[in-house]
Design a protein around this ligand. Sequence first.
Ligand code: GLC
Length: 474
Amino acid sequence: MKIAFVASESNPLCKTGGLADVVYSLSKALIAEGNEVAVVLPFYQRIADIHLPLKKLGGFYIQMSWRHQGAAVFEYVLNGVRFLLIQNDYYFSRESLYGYQDDGERFAFFSLASLEALKTAGFKADVVHVHDWQAGMIPCLLKNRDDPFFYGAKTVLTIHNPAFKGMIDKYFLNDFYGLSDALFDSGAVRFEGMASTLKSGIVFADKITTVSPTHREELLTPALSQGLDGVLRLREKDFVGILNGIDTEEFDPRKDVYIARNYGRGKDLEEGKHANQSDLLSSFAVKWMGGPVYGIVSRLSYQKGIGLLLSSMERELSRGANFLVVGSGEYELEQRLEALRSRYPGTMGIYIGYNNALAHKVYAGSDFFLMPSLFEPCGISQMIAQRYGTLPIVRYTGGLRDTVQGYRDLGSKKPDGIAFRDYNEQGLDYAIGLAEEIYRDQGLYYALARTAMGLDRSWKKSAKRYMELYSSLF
Ligand code: GLC
């Protein structure tokens, strides 16, 4: 099949979160199963800065009411994935990917231009698979316009983060997208008095997916759906949860080029973990305090439970634990982490920003990996940690529920991590208590680590599920 992904980020070109991992690794897995995949992305400044060998395929103009903006389409092929990059300096030649007051307009331009770019590339997709709010309006566009190039094409929407709904004033339905106000008046794309591109995707896509089975159930539940349960219930039979995998080539402790010593689940595990832990501590210039080393690689946001972590960290630091953090995000959380580090300069390490090499070292060298998320559609880092024999400490929510079997949890057949249920300090403290208990019994620690490392996290199974979903559309 020919599948066109339309997304706002993808490895290895531009990334702020897990979406980028999924777009690229799922593309590769689909290609390995014999499909053709094109990935349409904005040509951000960040991509221009890499100076890739690009091929220009053509250009066109997009008319959005009075706005008349040009776009050029560049192609870059990597491991069989055909990236189609949409260049427009006015919209995309900016420092960051998002966070601008005109994001609604930027991604309206991107959505409209994506469809033209597929034509320019002559990529006649069987399935146009769009991701999150940035491309959410595309299924609606395809259903409300008569474009012979897309005759027969089916659409799929994947929800990676339901917190971002792509809210625009109803006026922009017509002003950006050339769509009728009737879509708002009928309620089809209306959300809290505005138009939502994500809701529009839910209403108009032929199938809807999210990134874990548990998160699918959550999205159908008023308390956990972030306002989307009503409309998702209307589409319940077309809505599935498919668990993400991880890139098992990039994240393989036996071959990882970023870590001090390669290791597997065999006899070399203990030695490998020790060597990587010393290297990790010295990379952050901190001293081992004789207790467990906790790692965090995360967007620093309340969604990820960083606010909750801060109070427990202070206590554990005072008791001799080490904490190492790589990430960036909400300014207030960055500041609070910095303040904590200034009180424990020799034992806590922070790297504010994204640093791939250092992230790999954290996965390999920590004893425990913290991910106490408030909500988590899937989560990828916990699976990476498991592959490196680092036990994840998670809150049972969304994909964390589907990927971790908590130690001492009656429901766990074979524990491979630590989990707690309630999003509060008692919950997290209980989990940290379990971590200490496991840490004191190194035989137990390594038994759990070996179980975690043996889990199959490749994309193969999930890619097949997406293919079944695509096939069911014809
Ligand atoms: C979003 C979600 C995360 C998920 C990722 C990829 O970042 O917050 O849970 O793993 O998308 O699907």
